[in-house]
Design a protein around this ligand. Structure first.
Ligand SMILES: C[S@@+](CC[C@H](N)C(=O)[O-])C[C@H]1O[C@@H](n2cnc3c(N)ncnc32)[C@H](O)[C@@H]1O
Length: 232
């Protein structure tokens, strides 16, 4: 059931007619299959992360306003970002919502932080973009690409990036696309971070697939609901 190849872009399938056979067999059915499997096979990432020597935090942290990222998750993410500080390339956030994490990351580095979000109603709305603008006002190293992950990737042009924070659509096929596409731009030493690894089975399944099939990505850090891999 691996008919969703890395080259297949979520937005393109959404443009196919809902009842077309091609969409049904190459997108809808595999997407639902992966979601069902993700629910059945969800695991705690703590044992594999501990086993591979990653830093593992067990505290959840406190809730922050305007985001579901907690203080502890933000701290671990910023730790990863600082660990890549010798790399000159930008940071990418896929799904920036109201800009709280964008602001946290941009305040912790001089590199450019690129926020990718279409604000089209799939979790984020134009009013959230207004919040984003308020929360990131005055940060000259923040740039917004107002587009979904796949068209944004197409327009990006293949330049390397230091760290990708994946926090957009949490279904397996979307998170997998975000990893395969944007992760391909991360050089050795760079990182990919996933939010919602414990609360969303699809993201958990992506992490499991990386653990089993992508030894070039080593677990680097974990805190409840966030997992970070480093390219080695
Ligand atoms: C969970 S929120 C992101 C939270 C944010 N990272 C934070 O730390 O506060 C998910 C965001 O993903 C955006 N989104 C939905 N579809 C997307 C896509 N295809 N590509 C990028 N972002 C998308 C939504 O508009 C929403 O703002």
């Amino acid at each position: 059931m691996n008919t969703i190849s890395p080259a297949q872009k979520p937005s393109e399938w959404r443009n196919h007619h809902r009842f077309s056979m091609s969409r049904l067999f190459h997108w809808t059915i595999p997407r639902r299959y992966h979601q069902m499997m993700a629910k059945i096979t969800q695991i705690s990432l703590i044992p594999p992360f501990e086993k591979s020597g990653a830093k593992v935090e067990k505290e959840y942290g406190e809730r922050l306003e305007h985001t579901s990222v907690t203080t502890k998750q933000l701290k671990v993410l910023i730790g990863a970002l600082q660990h890549t500080e010798s790399m000159p390339h930008p940071i990418i956030e896929i799904g920036s919502f109201r800009g709280i994490t964008t602001r946290g990351m941009a305040g912790a580095t001089k590199r450019e932080v690129i926020a990718v979000d279409p604000y089209l109603g799939d979790g984020g709305h134009p009013k959230d973009l207004a919040y984003f603008e308020t929360h990131t006002a005055g940060l000259s190293n923040v740039r917004m690409i107002r587009a979904a992950s796949d068209p944004a990737f197409d327009s990006w042009g293949g330049a390397p990036v230091s760290l990708v924070f994946i926090d957009a659509i949490h279904e397996y096929v979307h998170a997998w696309y975000d990893f395969i596409a944007w992760g391909s731009l991360v050089p050795v030493g760079g990182m990919v971070a996933f939010h919602d690894v414990d609360l969303f089975p699809g993201v958990n399944r992506v992490c499991q697939k990386i653990l089993h099939e992508h030894p070039e990505w080593k677990p680097w850090g974990y805190a409840p609901n966030i997992a970070i891999f480093q390219r080695i």
